[in-house]
Design a protein. Sequence first.
Length: 103
Amino acid sequence: MSEWFAIVMGSALFLLMIPMVYRLWVGPTAFDRMLAVNVIGTKTAVLLVIIGTLFDRVDMFVDFAIAYALLNFVASIVVSRYLNRTSSLREMERKAKAKRAKA
């Protein structure tokens, strides 16, 4: 019974990643894309724990999930600091509005 629950929850999490892939592809700003990557990374860490329950090796997969979540967090901090130094959020939003007005 718990295997079916894990499979259903894993599939549901995977399906919830699809809108984030759309947001990653479309944008409109770099901050939106960064947020989409961060959400996908968080859901992937949860999926690792679910996969661990399916293989009865939760202890090993929890370690992988923690390492992956930490890497995801550090990468999002690094990218946000880089984007903050290169261009402001208002400038990115202005460019996105101008791009939408042309289309």
